[in-house]
Design a binder for this molecule. Structure first.
Ligand SMILES: [Zn+2]
Length: 291
């Protein structure tokens, strides 16, 4: 659709996804932030996608490249933030599938890690649907990069906290990784009604784990989801004391890779939001602590 020059790097692929999202929003008559409006959702209708709400065992959502294209969405047991985010993540799977240049890029340039790349692009697309990056960028320009911006934006874009966290990472003027941690049972350990693989097990322990992670565009490393946070980690302390803290901390990688950076973290509505700074954020034009 936009493709005259083949995509040749990940940055270009991210830009393409954002273009596709903004075009779709425009076609659906949405300005500002989108939100999931149920099976008759505006964006789904505009793209001729059928939405079926159902309880899924392993996934929160699923995109089926069928005729008509279909999204299965689990609205059971997830908060509105997660349902909103998952829906637009699945919508972005559809947009990518329809774009020949993106598909070519994914297969030719990222064949080893194609699934990971598509998932990251879908997260970027979901974030752009829910919270426009231009607004986050403009807030960072005037106030400096602060993880606390998430709280300000939560008031403007309700039920979009995962999207705000991703946009902060995507729009950061420096190299950083933003993570969202929640406390509970790791997925796969949630009770479902049919054939639990852990049948006979007692209730699984609850723990603090990364529910989402996003790296700023020039960072090559991506910490995954569902990494357990150890009890001696700064993020665990933030969770326990329910207050903002700064310090040095290990970036939570699946591999256990040791990499300690400066970290700013806040506790907000039951979750921990943190930025790991790989280099130093530039000084803000004006500091504003009035949140
Ligand atoms: Zn996905």
């Amino acid at each position: 659709m936009f493709g005259q020059i083949p995509l040749h790097n990940e940055l270009k692929a991210r830009e393409r996804v954002i273009q596709l999202v903004n075009k779709t929003k425009q076609d659906a008559g949405i300005s500002g932030g989108a939100y999931y409006r149920g099976p008759g959702d505006l964006v789904a209708r505009c793209l001729n996608i059928t939405v079926i709400e159902s309880q899924l065992n392993a996934d929160e959502g699923l995109y089926l490249n069928s005729d008509p294209p279909t999204i299965l969405l689990d609205t059971h047991g997830f908060d509105r933030d997660r349902v909103n985010f998952t829906f637009f993540h699945e919508i972005t799977h559809h947009l990518i599938k329809q774009d020949d240049d993106l598909i070519a890029f994914v297969h030719e340039f990222a064949f080893e890690d194609s699934e990971k790349l598509v998932e990251a692009l879908c997260n970027i697309g979901a974030a752009e649907f829910l919270v426009p990056s231009r607004e986050i960028r403009s807030a960072i320009d005037s106030e400096g990069f602060r993880i606390e911006l998430l709280i300000n934006f939560d008031k403007i874009y309700p039920a979009s906290k995962p999207a705000i966290a991703i946009q902060l990472a995507q729009c950061a003027p420096h190299q950083c990784i933003v993570v969202v941690c929640e406390f509970g049972q790791l997925p796969g350990h949630r009770q479902t009604q049919s054939l639990p693989m852990w049948a006979g097990d007692e209730k699984q322990p609850e723990q603090l784990f990364t529910q989402l992670a996003s790296s700023s565009p020039s960072v090559r490393y991506a910490p995954g989801r569902f990494v357990k946070i150890r009890s001696d980690h700064l993020l665990w302390q933030v969770f326990q004391e329910k207050k903002a803290m700064s310090g040095t901390a290990q970036i939570p990688f699946h591999s256990g890779k040791k990499w300690e950076t400066r970290c700013d973290a806040i506790y907000y509505l039951g979750k921990v939001y943190a930025a790991f700074h790989i280099d130093t954020p530039p000084s803000p034009l004006q500091q504003n602590f009035g949140f």
